[in-house]
Design a protein around this ligand. Structure first.
Ligand code: ACO
Length: 426
């Protein structure tokens, strides 16, 4: 018999099995807890709750490790394309040449967006945030591409459609927000270059593809491609658990990612650095405010639920930031401010004691600025990168033989049973 944890509550004792992950993580399986003892567990924010078993991504927050299907993210960032990384996450293994060719053809074939969708874009109010638009449009894809005959066909085609169209839809929303003509995808361009061309090509200034910029985008997307059971991925799994279609589940993930405590932090970091640059507050004031429990201000791009050391993605991003800006001969004052802020925070006892380090979002905004992406599109860039991970996680949960609708419990703290008294009798 394997290891167990024994829980005794009042006159009931239960032995719960201990289960181990392939990297030695340990969990107590509490599936039988309520049925046999009447008690549940309470874990606000699910900080100690494993919502599933998963073979997609491994991370160790204490050691700063991140691997997709066992492969360190550092290796993928060095050697893989984003397309290969997406294939790896979704299918479990890196593609062979024939599989990659087929995947590329499918992505090209599905890269156009239904022309009627343009009218949707045109009718969003001008100031709409691109994340809200993207979430709405991804959900709307279902109406343009109704359910297919077989479940397998439905899943495979929907997955390819999403991966192919999200680039086009994101670039389209930018072009339309600028009042410019939409640029169509080009089959001769690879995934990252194709997106950049759709974003920035124009009849008056044809976009010249720069390999350093393409490479920066490739690394950015690979670093964001999956991160196990984070807020948006959990949203995708939770919504998907009700057996709604994949578009709706991904749309929920996009909405969750939008939040400034999650993917929206990349935009919030730049806004914070801009406030410092414009004299709104100094770096010392920012650090002081972040430490003040009575002030809701936080250092954006700092801290992480899982990483208690430097986020491995932030390490790569910081290096890439220096390299890219040097290559493009850009002097971004925000980079200097970010480095100064990081140095001040990391030498402050509060941040050391709280294990608060820069996360992936701290330097990513500066990389995106150098590429030419407008600030309000930063989180959309994150969403495009995260899409393969969301899809892989959705597929894994859909294929799980133990799949059940996600339905947490609660501890009710409201009033006891109270009778209704009508207004005239009160
Ligand atoms: N600045 C100052 N203090 C912080 C910060 C921060 N950025 N992050 C956490 N803390 C402090 C909290 O005040 C708390 O202090 P206390 O224990 O003395 O009360 C302690 O650290 C733990 O904070 P929690 O909020 O409980 O940590 P949690 O794991 O719930 O939150 C989160 C993690 C949301 C990322 C948080 O660190 C944060 O708000 N960071 C800023 C936003 C950000 O950068 N988000 C991007 C995360 S990466 C991603 O999602 C892609």
């Amino acid at each position: 018999m394997g290891e167990k944890v024994t829980i005794t509550y009042q006159d009931k004792t239960i032995d719960l099995p201990v289960i181990f992950g392939s990297e030695g993580e340990v969990a107590v399986d509490i599936t039988r807890l309520r049925a046999e003892t009447g008690i549940i567990t309470l874990d606000p924010g699910y900080a100690n709750t494993g919502s599933c078993t998963s073979s997609i991504t491994f991370m160790d927050g204490e050691k700063g490790i991140l691997r997709y299907r066992g492969i360190p993210v550092e290796e993928l960032a060095k050697h893989a394309t984003f397309k290969e990384t997406a294939y790896l996450l979704i299918n479990g293994e890196p593609p062979c040449q024939a599989e990659l060719n087929r995947f590329s053809i499918l992505l090209n074939d599905h890269s156009l967006v239904h022309e009627d969708m343009q009218s949707f874009y045109q009718n969003f109010p001008r100031q709409s945030h691109p994340m809200g638009i993207l979430s709405g449009m991804v959900n709307a894809l279902r109406f343009f591409y109704p359910e297919l005959q077989t479940l397998e066909e439905e899943i495979n085609i929907t997955v390819t459609r999403l991966l192919a169209k999200i680039r086009t839809m994101a670039a389209m929303s930018y072009k339309i927000s600028q009042g410019h003509k939409v640029v169509y995808p080009r089959p001769d361009l690879a995934y990252c270059a194709n997106f950049l061309n759709m974003m920035f090509d124009s009849p008056v200034r044809p976009y010249v593809i720069d390999e350093d910029v393409v490479n920066a985008l490739r690394v950015f997307w690979i670093l964001h491609a999956d991160h196990e059971q984070n807020c948006s991925t959990s949203a995708v799994r939770l919504v998907g658990s009700a057996r709604v279609n994949l578009y709706a589940s991904i749309s929920a993930g996009i909405s969750a990612l939008w939040g400034p405590l999650h993917g929206g932090a990349n935009q919030a970091v730049i806004e914070m650095l801009r406030s410092i640059e414009s004299g709104g507050y100094t770096i010392d004031q920012a650090v002081r405010r972040a430490k003040d429990r009575n002030d809701s201000f936080r250092l954006m791009g700092f801290g992480h639920r899982v990483y208690k050391t430097y986020d491995p993605r932030a390490k790569i991003m910081k290096k890439m930031c220096d390299k890219l800006l040097a290559k493009l001969n850009i002097k971004d004052p925000l980079l200097d401010l970010a480095k100064e802020l990081e140095e001040k925070a990391l030498s402050d006892d509060y941040f050391v004691d709280h294990h608060l380090y820069p996360n992936v979002d701290f330097y990513s905004g500066i990389v995106l600025r150098a590429i030419g992406i407008p600030t309000n599109m930063f989180t959309v860039m994150f969403a495009i990168g995260r899409l393969p991970g969301w899809i892989a996680q959705w597929k894994e949960s859909a294929d799980d033989p133990n799949w059940r609708i996600a339905r947490p419990r609660q501890i009710y703290t409201g009033p006891p049973k109270t009778n209704f008294v009508s207004i005239d009798q009160r």
